[in-house]
Every structure is written in C-alpha cells, then in structure tokens.
Design a protein around this ligand. Structure first.
Ligand code: URA
Ligand code: CA
Length: 433
C-alpha cells in the first residue's frame, strides 16, 4: 500500500478501505506522508466524497491518532454540546450551568475563537482569575463535585485533526461534509461524554449556507455519533442574524449571566432551553422535553442556574464579585454608537460581517497565536423584525482601535438589511435530526 495508489483510487471515485484510511492517517500524523500528497487526497475527497463507512473509518483513525480521555469516573450520564460555529453564540455558558443545576453532569472541553467565530474559552477568560487549564483529574473531580467543568483541550487529543484542519484551511477543503463531520466527531469521541447535542448553524455566518447542506452534515454527524454508541441529536439553527445582542468576549459573558437571571434576549433563551431540554431527555433524567423545560424554567426563576454558574466560576478560581456586579467587567475604552441611515424593518443582519467586525475591533484573532482584547465587541440594539427610523441606534462598538471605527461603522450599516417587513416569522430552530 502506498499513498500514491490511495490518491489515485479516490481520484477515480473508488471507495477507500479501513486499512488504506488507517495507513494515511498514521503516516500523516507521524510525518511520514508529506503535506502535498495529503493535499491531493483532500481535494480528491472534496470532489468525490467519502461514503458513511469511509467517514466512520476516517473518524476512528483520527480518534486513535492521540490520547483518549475516559470520563467513566464521572457519575451519571455525561452530556456535552457542540456548535459548528456561530456569531454571538454564548449558549454553552447558559446551557452548562442550567443542565448542571438539574443534576446532570456537563463536562466539556471547549476551544478558542478562530476567524469570525468566538470560543467559550476566550469568553471565560474575561472573568478575572478563571482557570481553564484543568488537568484531567481536576476536570473529573469538578464534574463530580458540582456537575460542571469546562476547560480547554488537555493532552494530545486527535493530533491528526490538528494537522488536517490546518492543511484544509490552507487548501480550500474545509467545507466538505465528511471532513467536517470526522473533524468534529473525532474530538467529541476522544473526550467521551455519553450524550451529545450538535447545534448545526446555517446561514451566512456558517459553513453550511443552505438548509439542505446543514441537513446533510447533521445526518452524517448523528450517524457517526450512533456508530460510536453516543446518544446524538443535531439541531439545525438559523444564523441569519447573530444570537442575542452581544458579540465579543466580556460582552457575551454579561449576556449569559443576564440570561441565567431570566433577563436574556428572547432568541438566546429559546435556543438554550431547546438545547438544555434535549440534553436532559438524552441523559435519561426526563422522558419529555416539556417536563424538562418546566424544571429548567423553574431553575431560572429560582436563580439556581445563576447559582450554579457562580459555583462553577468559583471552583475554577474566577472572581465571582464580577458576576454579582456586572459593571466590574472592563469593556474597551473607545465606545461608539452607530445610527441607522434608513427606515424600515430589519430583514437580516449578516452574521459573517458582524463576526468579522467584532474580530477586527479586537475581539477575535487573525491567526491562532494573535492576542485578543476581551473587552472589545459589538452590542446590537436592533434585531430582525424590529422597525427602525433614520437616526435610531443600531449598534454600539467597543474597541481600543480608533483606526477600525470607520470601517466597523460602514460594515455594520451594510450588514443590517433594512426594508419591507419579512413575510415569514424568523425561525430560530429549523430542523432536528
Ligand atoms: N469545526 C471543526 O472542529 N472542524 C471542522 O472541520 C469544522 C468546524
Ligand atoms: Ca450573543
């Protein structure tokens, strides 16, 4: 077996065997197969695809390329959630404490933001003192003690994915269903919660621009989850506007805390209740989402979700005086308001453009190693279906970069599509797979 033959086969649209896929992943991970051959194979896969079986072999090979973390020492059915990358998507910080407040362990390894999408680990770091570098022992201990632990990736999990993802990024082969599915699921399987909910975003801010593509990706990921014996559900959700009003790191933490207080944006609350109730059913805690929702709403009203959030922050070394007094969060020093220059209904707010602006204001990274400004970002003031007049406040931007403000203003004005009232009501959850 050699790499040339494998490339040739996929070029001719033949199916690859488990042995061939193992050979390629092993050889690439240990440096024996060069980037140029893997690039050629990725492009052949991009055009000719992998079937479900090949995608399973690829995922399995990626899981086995590095460490696996055994969470069986955490009592109960562990649950996890994963979003395929949204803008202003602070759901983990709401869903985690809410689910934990119902007694179901939420154990999640999260990532940092890259490109126009944010990451939970960066957001958490806007709480002073917060330690996201837990050892595996601490991660398990915390999840047992208070039912919630969130940390960055520890150990050498799926090194094959790290190399492949960087190569895909440089060879225009990211947006393929099998490659995305194996990348996401391999990380989830290696870490090992029992039940997983996938929030698959569709719309301008997402990898999958259409509902059909999002369905295809969801089916593949749910199939894979089942093949690895994980309870897996995918929700396809709309990214025709950012989620909630806040986009940025400290800004989104504040929004999450307000949501746990029962004072969050309607769309964010709705998505969090949706994801949380499905996780509670997957965990076996409830038979129906309606019952699950009832307890979730009670826990919000009684402040138990917020209490759990404080417990979590405190357990990981964070300063909870910030949670008690949100004015302590330091936002960037330059604050500028952006006003509408047209009148009508908000039809759409391009999430990709808003994510890009937020990144350029300092909230995101150009490359993996850039530093970020945790106080930077955008606070939207109008959402889809709101009526705006000329001169109404559309958004407020926070930054330390005066030079970015003019561009931010122009991009935000163009991201807001204002016109006739939308005929159909904005649907946040589009499908469940
Ligand atoms: N997120 C991942 O982890 N991998 C992909 O391929 C796409 C999104
Ligand atoms: Ca938000």
């Amino acid at each position: 077996m050699n790499m040339y033959e494998i490339i040739e086969e996929k070029k001719l649209s033949k199916n690859l065997s488990k042995e061939e896929i193992d050979y390629f992943i092993k050889g690439y991970t240990n440096g024996e197969i060069p980037d140029y051959q893997v690039s050629a194979l990725l492009m052949a896969i991009y055009f000719n695809g992998l079937n479900t079986e090949e995608t399973y072999y690829l995922t399995d090979a990626m899981v086995n390329s590095g460490d696996r973390i055994d969470l069986s020492a955490i009592d109960g059915i562990k649950v996890d959630k994963h979003s395929t990358g949204g803008v202003g998507d602070t759901t983990t910080l709401v869903v985690g404490p809410l689910v934990a407040s119902c007694g179901v362990p939420f154990a999640k390894m999260s990532g940092r933001g890259l490109g126009h999408t944010g990451g939970t680990i960066d957001k958490l770091e806007s709480i002073p003192g917060m330690n996201i570098d837990l050892s595996i022992a601490e991660f398990i201990e915390n999840a047992n003690a208070i039912k919630i632990a969130i940390c960055g990736q520890t150990g050498d999990i799926t090194p094959a994915d790290k190399k492949l993802y960087a190569l895909r990024d440089a060879t225009a082969t990211v947006d393929n269903v099998s490659l995305i599915s194996s990348s996401i699921l391999s990380k989830k399987i290696a870490v090992g919660a029992d039940a997983l909910i996938l929030d698959v975003k569709t719309g301008s801010g997402a990898f999958m621009k259409t509902l059909e593509e999002a369905r295809e990706l969801s089916k593949m990921m749910v199939d894979l989850g089942h093949k690895f014996n994980r309870k897996t559900v995918a929700l396809i959700t709309n990214m025709d506007e950012p989620l909630g009003y806040a986009v940025g790191n400290a800004l989104e933490v504040i929004e999450a805390i307000n949501t746990l207080r029962g004072e969050g944006p309607r769309d964010l609350i709705e998505l969090c209740l949706n994801l949380s109730s499905k996780l509670l059913v997957l965990s076996g805690k409830f038979n129906s989402e309606i019952e699950a929702r009832k307890l979730l709403n009670e826990n919000i009203s009684a402040g138990l979700g917020l209490e759990k959030f404080k417990e979590f922050v405190s357990m990981q070394g964070g300063d909870i005086s910030y949670i008690n007094d949100l004015s302590k969060f330091e936002l960037s020093s330059i604050k500028r308001e952006i006003y509408s220059n047209s009148e009508g209904y908000v039809k759409k707010i391009d999430a990709l453009e808003i994510g890009e602006v937020s990144k350029n204001l300092g909230a995101g990274r150009e490359t993996k190693d850039s530093s970020i400004d945790l106080g930077a970002g955008i606070l939207l003031n109008k959402k889809i279906d709101d009526f705006v007049k000329v001169g109404d406040l559309l958004a407020t931007v926070y930054t330390e970069k005066e030079s970015e403000i003019e561009r931010a203003k122009n991009t935000i004005l163009s991201a807001y599509k204002i016109g006739e009232e939308n005929k159909d009501e904005y649907k946040l959850v589009l499908d469940e797979i």
